[in-house]
Ligand binder design. Structure first.
Ligand SMILES: *[C@@H]1O[C@H](CO)[C@@H](O)[C@H](O)[C@H]1NC(C)=O
Ligand SMILES: *[C@@H]1O[C@H](CO)[C@@H](O)[C@H](O)[C@H]1NC(C)=O
Ligand SMILES: *[C@@H]1O[C@H](CO)[C@@H](O)[C@H](O)[C@H]1NC(C)=O
Ligand SMILES: *[C@@H]1O[C@H](CO)[C@@H](O)[C@H](O)[C@H]1NC(C)=O
Ligand SMILES: *[C@@H]1O[C@H](CO)[C@@H](O)[C@H](O)[C@H]1NC(C)=O
Ligand SMILES: *[C@@H]1O[C@H](CO)[C@@H](O)[C@H](O)[C@H]1NC(C)=O
Length: 520
């Protein structure tokens, strides 16, 4: 859902500024935007609450390593619809997104509100530093972004919990030693932002700030060469479509290896991309449609972009291909046709292919614009420095729906174009340090509930990664439903899909048990 929003956001920007290449945003590990239901809320005794979109501001430290630098205003939202004194404070951040529109995470259309409802808790949504309008400085240049680190973001949450006086009655009496705090995060925020991913570190430094946690699709292991993004997609997309995409990609990789320029030009022409200079940019253009898989949720059905794509490839004269697909020639024809007829304009508008899909021109606004409220840019900073997650082709010997021409260095080069004052050569992100500091797959946190989805493209970076076989325990349970990315955060998804509903019921059970153990 969110990447849809992003593409739309980028598209509308591109109408104003024709130099922004839309196709550069890959998949971001971020929870879906879930809006709040449109109804007026009251507290349990019937008192009207402020509108749920009311923004509150917290004076957050600019730099937790140097408090003398002062504070900036960090935006947050909250609801005490279900709150009774003694109840928990349920905190979440959407992570790397502008938090506007995520107010559903304050109500029972999400697991957050279901926990609040069950436990008589209050729900808080806080915007992550350097996203939306919560910025230490009024720009996103390299110097400012030095303060965008996972550690600063964790320290923000801790400092907020320890010092914020919440705008509800009694809200100055709910510090972590007075009320249990529960941290809920989806995706990136469900992975790295739990203070104490390392048990020893928590015990030594931040004892008991968050009493319990819920991590949805938490991408706990930072991975530079994250070809695993496409594993769940390849496995769960319509198999005929998967076969045909593999055929086209295998052909591209073969003619590229052979250096057959005529064949490469011919293939580009079939997609209307004859003017695109670089073959890796062409391979990247073919990768783009696959990101729309991340928009899928149990409540998203026919008409979703990903399914339109597979229908275009597989349904010929009302008949759809068997699992092996139609084969290379028809696949090139049908995919190329789909790309030219509908997909290109949804991606690039009227923009020229090189401007929209090329990555070489470092003068483009996509790279040079340092104004705030640009999630793509702030997330790229994390990507280039700490988490990688480059969504590239798989190693030889594995089936590929994305070209093997795309290696991490293709995306790493964009780090140089975007942050020239930081990088002069394609940087390798420090994923080793990230995994050591925040636990990685070895994460062990008391009272942390992991919820994952079988069809999630981020699954391979979670504790439910296929080959990992990590066992859940009573203090750190691991549940997996049949859902997509962060599906279990949505109440509706749990109603539509029994396996997701089961995960949610389990989480509610654990929260009840754990909170009963809280003694202040
Ligand atoms: C919500 O409250 C506003 C102002 O208090 C009022 O105008 C509106 O009719 C109410 N809406 C509903 C659905 O009750
Ligand atoms: C109702 O709850 C609000 C807090 O939501 C509190 O300020 C108010 O005093 C309560 N009123 C009664 C009659 O309990
Ligand atoms: C969600 O909260 C509303 C308002 O309090 C309530 O009417 C509704 O029944 C709740 N939904 C669920 C699924 O519990
Ligand atoms: C073939 O593709 C169509 C269209 O996307 C899909 O509905 C169908 O389930 C696929 N069938 C097989 C066997 O993969
Ligand atoms: C690179 O982008 C800049 C800014 O949009 C533009 O003025 C310039 O013509 C582009 N250069 C090439 C070679 O396309
Ligand atoms: C800020 O970004 C969001 C999307 O992330 C967009 O919807 C909103 O319009 C932007 N605000 C402004 C003032 O451009």
């Amino acid at each position: 859902m969110l990447s849809n929003v992003l593409v739309v956001a980028l598209l509308s920007t591109s109408l104003v500024n024709a130099t922004i290449p839309n196709a550069m945003s890959g998949g971001r590990p971020t929870p879906p935007k879930i809006p709040a239901p449109k109804r007026n809320m009251t507290s349990p005794n019937g008192t009207a609450l402020p509108p749920i979109t009311e923004v509150y501001y917290f004076d957050q430290l600019i730099d937790h390593n140097n408090p003398d630098l002062g504070t900036f205003q960090q935006r947050y939202w909250m609801s005490w619809e279900f709150y009774e004194p003694g109840g928990p404070i349920i905190l979440t951040t959407p992570g790397e997104s502008n938090a506007d529109g995520f107010e559903g995470y304050l109500t029972n259309v999400t697991i957050n509100g279901m926990i609040a409802q069950q436990q008589s808790g209050a729900a808080v949504l806080i915007e992550h530093r350097f996203f939306g309008y919560s910025n230490p400085y009024d720009n996103l240049n390299e110097q400012s972004l030095e303060l965008l680190t996972i550690q600063q973001a964790i320290d923000d949450l801790v400092f907020f919990a320890q010092t914020a006086d919440l705008p509800m009655p009694g809200g100055d009496q709910v510090k972590p030693d007075q009320a249990p705090w529960i941290l809920i995060g989806g995706s990136y925020a469900g992975a790295f932002l739990f203070p104490g991913a390392l048990t020893s570190w928590t015990m030594l430094n931040k004892p008991g700030v968050f009493f319990a946690g819920y991590s949805s699709s938490g991408v706990v292991e930072a991975i530079t060469d994250y070809y695993g993004y496409f594993t769940a997609i390849r496995e769960y997309m319509p198999q005929n479509c998967s076969s045909d995409v593999q055929a086209v990609i295998a052909y591209l990789d073969r003619i590229d290896q052979q250096g057959d320029e005529d064949a490469i030009q011919g293939l580009k022409n079939s997609f209307g991309l004859g003017s695109l200079t670089r073959t890796d940019d062409f391979a990247s253009a073919l990768r783009q449609i696959l990101f729309s898989w991340q928009d899928l949720q149990p409540n998203v059905g026919p008409g979703a972009k990903f399914f339109d794509f597979c229908d275009a490839l597989e349904v010929k004269d009302g008949v759809s291909a068997s699992a092996t697909g139609w084969g290379l020639d028809y696949a090139i024809y049908a995919w190329g046709n789909f790309f030219q007829a509908t997909y290109y304009s949804s991606l690039c508008g009227n923009e020229d292919a090189e401007l929209c899909l090329g990555t070489s021109n470092a003068s483009q606004a996509y790279y040079t614009d340092v104004s705030i409220n640009n999630s793509d840019r702030s997330w790229m900073w994390f990507v280039c420095n700490q988490v990688g997650f480059y969504q590239v082709g798989p190693p030889q010997g594995q089936p590929a729906i994305v070209s093997r021409i795309l290696r991490p260095v293709y995306d790493e080069s964009r780090c140089v174009s975007m942050f020239p004052n930081k990088f002069s050569t394609p940087p390798t992100p420090s994923v080793g340090d990230t995994n050591t500091d925040y636990g990685g797959w070895g994460v062990q946190i008391n009272r942390l509930f992991f919820a994952n989805g079988l069809r999630d493209p981020w699954r391979e970076a979670t504790v439910s990664a296929e080959a990992l076989n990590k066992a859940g325990t009573d203090t750190q349970p691991i549940y997996e439903g049949d859902g997509f990315h962060c599906s279990d955060l949505s109440t509706e998804s749990g109603m539509l899909d029994e396996s997701i509903g089961y995960v949610q019921m389990a989480a509610l059970g654990y929260m009840r048990t754990w909170l009963a153990e809280w003694s202040g």
